[in-house]
Design a binder for this molecule. Structure first.
Ligand code: FES
Length: 99
């Protein structure tokens, strides 16, 4: 994800704003990132990603990042909003249990 890509799509808060907020304010818990332009207070999709950026910023890597491209991120979020489910964690193989 690039710095200006939005992480919180509900409020259009970019990765750059979130990382800068974490570095500047050093919030002790990720939930306080909501003070940064309300990030995370809408649909809730971005909360795990906010937590990841918070952890990375606190632990001090040079460039906290999310290993997602903005298009697939937005697509997964749209699916989340439709179904209330995050993507399937495992793709269960359809084993033939027929006897
Ligand atoms: S994408 Fe951040 S609250 Fe919806």
């Amino acid at each position: 994800m690039e710095p200006d890509d939005p992480v919180c799509l509900c409020f259009g808060v970019s990765k750059r704003k979130i990382v800068n907020y974490c570095r500047r304010e050093k919030p002790p818990v990720a939930s306080l990132i909501s003070e940064c332009l309300s990030a995370g207070t809408g649909c809730g999709w971005c909360i795990p990603f906010l937590k990841s950026l918070h952890q990375q910023a606190i632990e001090g890597p040079e460039n906290p990042d999310l290993p997602l491209d903005p298009q697939s991120y937005a697509k997964k979020r749209a699916l989340y909003r439709q179904t209330g489910q995050r993507e399937e964690k495992n793709t269960e193989s359809h084993s033939d249990n027929k006897i």
